[in-house]
Design a protein around this ligand. Structure first.
Ligand code: ADP
Ligand code: MG
Length: 293
């Protein structure tokens, strides 16, 4: 049975926009020692916009845009919508949509598909080949990544033909939330599938103690498990389908309220308005409740 003090903490939190799915999570949150965050859509707004694009000088730009737009139109990744809109923006009303065959998602990397029986890949450097990726346009990718931008390449057969840089802004209240958590003595980490340079820039801006880049969904799970060995009580905060396994492997899985259904269902705690500072309030309330119990 649930203690009256726990019940009171749950109902008070709900009024505050933090939904606990059970009393045990209040207890766990009160002993929190470390917290891991997903990057895109959690520490950032998750609405990337394209800031730069570069193309191979021997290709027809409109043709590549029509292909990239048509491929990304089929993807549900947070970057896909921005890439689709950007690609079709200057083309006449989607008239250039091409037929996409055998589209595949390569988790944490990008997508591949066939257009007119020729292979195309759209995604990060690790997908299209690090060496060629960083030589494209005299290493422009490095510079853009240092600005905290996510880099997406388009590869046609064996050749990189385009680069897109996408900038996602960190949430207004991210820095405040991280600062307060650190003051509460909680170790803060960012986990992302994005590349090292971009991850570094965003982690620095957010102010987290530590970050892990190029982190696949199953690696996020392993990392959370490692944190549990070291810190005992660990929370994971995320919004995406990809984050669900990591949410489940933490002592407390916390989902952003505007996140995907899978994340909301898997989580133990839901932040109703994707409001990060609410985590610190909830921890505070949980500790107070714990003292009463
Ligand atoms: P995160 O952990 O930051 O949410 P993901 O693991 O989902 O990131 O993806 C890692 C990286 O893979 C992205 O930063 C991007 O470079 C690339 N990527 C994934 N899906 C796509 C896609 N549909 N189109 C282009 N690039 C993609
Ligand atoms: Mg995310």
């Amino acid at each position: 049975s649930i203690m009256p003090a726990t019940l009171s903490a749950i109902s008070q939190s709900a009024k505050n926009g933090v939904l606990f799915k059970g009393g045990i999570h209040v207890e766990n949150l009160s002993h929190l020692k470390a917290i891991a965050f997903d990057k895109t859509g959690t520490l950032t707004n998750g609405k990337p916009v394209i800031t730069d694009s570069y193309f191979d000088s021997n290709i027809e730009i409109d043709n590549v845009l029509a292909i990239v737009g048509s491929i990304e139109k089929e993807s549900t990744h947070p970057l896909a919508q921005a890439l689709t809109e950007y690609s079709f923006k200057d083309l006449e009303n989607f008239r250039n949509t091409v037929e996409v065959k055998d589209m595949k998602t390569i988790v944490g990397n990008g997508v591949s598909a066939y257009i007119n029986d020729e292979k195309w890949e759209v995604g990060k450097a690790a997908l299209v080949g690090e060496k060629n990726a960083f030589e494209f346009h005299n290493g422009i990718a490095n510079q853009l990544a240092e600005e905290g931008k996510t880099i997406v390449f388009a590869k046609h057969k064996d050749k990189i033909v385009a680069l897109f840089a996408l900038k996602d802004t960190i949430r207004n209240d991210t820095q405040k939330a991280i600062k307060t958590l650190k003051k509460q003595g909680i170790h803060t980490v960012m986990l992302t599938g994005d590349n090292e340079k971009t991850a570094h820039a965003i982690a620095k801006e957010a102010g987290v103690d530590h970050y892990i880049a190029e982190c696949l969904p199953e690696e996020k799970v392993n990392y959370v498990k490692d944190l549990r060995k070291k810190y005992k009580n660990v929370a994971m905060v995320g919004d995406g389908i990809n984050d669900a396994p990591a949410l489940a492997s933490a002592n407390v899985g916390i989902a952003m309220g505007e996140g995907t259904d899978v994340a909301l269902e898997t989580a133990d705690v839901v932040l109703m308005k994707s409001d990060l500072p609410k985590i610190t309030n909830a921890i505070h309330l949980s500790s107070r409740m714990n003292k009463i119990v």
